[in-house]
Design a binder for this molecule. Structure first.
Ligand code: NAD
Length: 481
């Protein structure tokens, strides 16, 4: 046991065990071995973390310091992250079998989250309205208070940084509860914040399970904002818990992304992105293009190329630089869930063009492409969160839009066409938080990010994050009598 790494809670700038000394095992899903342990937070540990964040907000320097100074500290943290890219990426790769090259890319994206929001709060412009009555009114964006942030395991560092960065940039203090499946990189981030000289209590990391650790921070009335990324089912519980003390919530939830390939698409480009959209990160992406709609006139050609590209993906050791896709799934529990959908698709008469095989004793499923399923079949309607693409043909644009929108989710959609008018028209008609045209996964942090329906509540990004993580105030000033 002694050689296992340990990830404690980071509370008040100290890395600590749980009060009751409880720990849980951290698995490497590729080797299927326990490689670390993490502190298992209880309600008492959550209380410690909230007290720390509350005191830091009510009495500490962070919300009171100048915007420039705060930005500098956040950039210092980003510098340290950049320096330790290899170490951090190694943690995410060990923790969820994320291909190492991709894990390094995730660190770079996380660094950018911190740099972007540090600058965004420093440089933001307020509004002043001169009024006919002889007053000026202006908007002030003061910090909201203590932020409870809860993140999932699929992009362990990146999803957490997407929440922590705007929260602390706008002068809040934060408690982040990473997924119990992937506690390592976020705890490491907490260590780096201490090293960067953050005042105690600004960034607390609380490890542990959704209940009691997560639910204890969402339900505590000393918490002013709750930002959550995870499944739609958990999101509803989080919202109910935050509602007990009327804390505003931002929920980024599940998806069942539609990917539409029109007859006038550049087929090679569409195939490239269809592969990226469903097999990157082994399909464990909320934005995955898990429902693919292909025009009937190009169906056979497209499917032949898509199948060949899927079968060419190297699967194996995530530290192997050639392995860029479809490594082991993040946990045994998740592997079993994906397999149950694959088996369900077989029982429901799905036609497997490729895949559907659990490989080499590790928790992996080969890249899987299925068509022939009914539109009410569970693998078509529900989020599988694995490397499983369900394909359908369509004949008309109206039909494609109808199929794409016929879901409880509405996180994102993609469309491939060389017809400019069609691109704009269809993008406008799709019921989704993000639409990509002839591409996938490209983000500009100034734009809104979030989902419709079961995919979430609210938007984050740029000024949308500012609205959520601050308490906007109108000040009215008499200028002349
Ligand atoms: P999950 O809902 O099981 O868990 C997410 C987090 O919530 C974990 O940290 C977990 O410990 C915590 N949690 C569980 N129960 C809780 C409770 N009662 N109170 C407070 N916290 C609780 O999700 P997951 O399996 O970790 O992640 C996969 C899901 O996340 C997928 O549905 C995926 O689509 C979604 N996701 C969405 C986005 C997005 O931006 N919309 C991004 C990534 C992942």
């Amino acid at each position: 046991m002694s050689e296992l790494e340990f990830f404690g809670h980071i509370i008040d700038n100290e890395e600590v065990e749980s009060i009751d000394g409880k720990r849980f095992d951290v698995w490497n899903p590729y080797t299927r071995e326990v490689w670390a342990q993490a502190a298992e937070g209880s309600a008492q540990d959550a209380d410690r973390a909230i007290t720390s964040a509350r005191t830091a907000f009510d009495e500490g320097p962070w919300p009171r310091m100048g915007r420039n100074e705060r930005a500098k500290m956040i950039h210092k943290l980003a510098d340290l992250m950049e320096e330790r890219t290899t170490e951090i990426a190694t943690l995410d790769t060990k923790n969820m079998a994320k291909p190492f090259e991709q894990a390094k890319h995730d660190v770079a994206r996380s660094v950018w989250n911190f740099r972007f929001f540090a600058d965004h709060q420093r440089d933001h412009v307020g509004e002043v309205y001169p009024m006919d009555s002889g007053h000026h009114t202006y908007s002030e964006f003061g910090p909201a208070g203590v932020v409870a942030a809860i993140s999932p395991w699929n992009f362990p560092l990146m999803m957490a940084s997407w929440k922590i960065a705007p929260a602390i940039a706008w002068g809040n203090t934060c408690i982040i509860k990473p997924s119990e499946d992937t506690p390592s990189s976020v705890t490491y981030l907490g260590r780096l914040a201490v090293e960067a000289g953050f005042p105690p209590g600004v960034l607390n990391v609380l490890n542990g399970y959704g209940h009691p650790a997560g639910s204890s921070i969402t339900g505590d009335d000393r918490v002013d904002r709750v930002t959550f990324t995870g499944s739609s089912t958990t999101g509803k519980m989080v919202m109910a818990s935050a509602a007990t003390h009327l804390a505003p919530v931002s929920l980024e939830l599940g998806g069942k992304g539609a990917n539409i390939v029109f007859e006038d698409a550049d087929i090679d480009n569409a195939v490239y992105w269809a592969v990226e959209a469903i097999f990157r990160n082994a399909g464990q992406i909320c934005l995955a293009g898990s429902r693919l709609f292909v025009h009937s006139s190009i169906y056979d050609d497209f499917m032949a190329k898509f199948k060949a590209a899927a079968e060419a993906l190297p699967i194996g050791d995530p530290f192997d630089p050639n392995v860029k896709f479809a490594g082991a799934l993040a946990s045994k529990r998740h592997f079993e869930k994906v397999v149950s959908y694959v088996e369900g698709a077989k029982d429901l008469g799905g036609h497997f063009h490729t895949g559907g095989v659990a490989t080499d004793g590790s928790w992996s499923v080969t890249p899987t492409i299925i068509d022939g399923l009914a539109l009410d079949a569970a693998p078509y309607c529900e989020e599988i969160f694995g490397p499983v693409c369900i394909v359908n043909k369509f004949e008309t644009e109206e039909e494609a839009v109808h199929l794409a929108n016929d879901t409880r989710y509405g996180l994102n959609a993609m469309l491939f066409t060389e017809n400019l008018s069609r691109a704009h028209r269809v993008a406008s008609n799709l019921r989704a938080g993000t639409v990509w045209v002839n591409c996938f996964f490209i983000r500009d942090l100034r734009t809104p990010f979030g989902g419709v329906g079961d995919s979430g509540v609210g938007r984050e990004g740029g000024n949308f994050s500012r609205e959520f993580f601050t308490e906007p105030k109108a000040v009215v000033m008499q200028i002349r009598r």
